[in-house]
Design a protein around this ligand. Sequence first.
Ligand code: ADP
Ligand code: MG
Length: 355
Amino acid sequence: MSIAAPTAQSANGEIADRGSVTLTGLTKSFGEFTAVRDLDLRVEPGEFVSMLGPSGSGKTTVLRIIAGFEEATSGTVRLSGKDVTRTPPHSRDVNTVFQDYALFPHMSIADNVGYGLRVQGAGKAERAQQVGDSLRRVRLDHVADRLPHQLSGGQRQRIALARALIMRPQVLLLDEPLGALDKQLREQMQIELKQIQREVGITFIFVTHDQEEALTLSDRVAVFNNGRIEQVGSAREVYESPQTEFVARFLGLSNLIAADLAHELTGDRHTMSIRPERVRLQSDTDTLADGEIGLVGTISEVVYTGPATRFLITTDAGVDLLAEQPNARDLAGAGLRRGDRVRAAWSPADAARLP
Ligand code: ADP
Ligand code: MG
């Protein structure tokens, strides 16, 4: 996991740990059912961390515990180094953005965004100034006087973000905030979200079940399964070096070679995971490059996906392998057809060793 950040006093007396989130031994049971099990996670100040996992794996529960909407059965939550496990939600310096934006329907966009400041007793002039800044940050200052229903889904989501950011929380929690948007808008919003996070510099904890979204946005990804974190790491680490079979399968496509076959090929009795784009196809009569591992078989399926072509190879060893080759010119895979005999080869460095 991560290295603890320094907690030295800075010039203004604030601890330098401001904006960190530390979960220790977090467990949450609902009656007999345990939704979160003995979970540890440390999020650094200003970091963008995604909690990625299938539906029901405990992501929202962890987020709600951080926000204080849900009480942990055991374990502790620290915000900026301070134990807030028993602190009520409104006294925690966090804000949450949900998938259903929950804007007040009869209030103008400006009033929606300024609502939190008004409750805090901020004056009209200050509010107007901050609402303007906040709307400009999400590039929507031109809709200040409209009502929520007069905006598109993507615009409403940006307003929900502006409304949360105007309170200047140390930590922003986002629960599948882009889930209701169509694919194109979601991808556009992902880029904007990343830019906004960089600009405001606060800690983002982002829940999603979409692996591509998690990989695209995050400094680090925490992969959830059954109330536990299976692996935490950079996008590259969790994708290229999965530590468990679950992570290998959940993040993209993966070829899994069972321990017995792996033993025959390499002498190491451990399941191997190889990403399809690391599998090279060559003629079955060509010899293997030095140090490479290979299996001979027949191409049983060819799928053109635009930027790449996917080949399914039924190997003589009995295992099916996927190979993916970019559709660049002058490529070895070009011209390969269903029924062709090939050798699927990969370098041991491209095979992750699973427990
Ligand atoms: P995710 O956000 O990863 O989809 P959740 O954290 O919402 O998962 O839920 C994890 C598990 O806990 C699910 O099986 C869910 O049904 C259960 N759960 C969540 N909240 C409650 C609750 N208030 N009462 C009972 N079970 C709950
Ligand atoms: Mg959820």
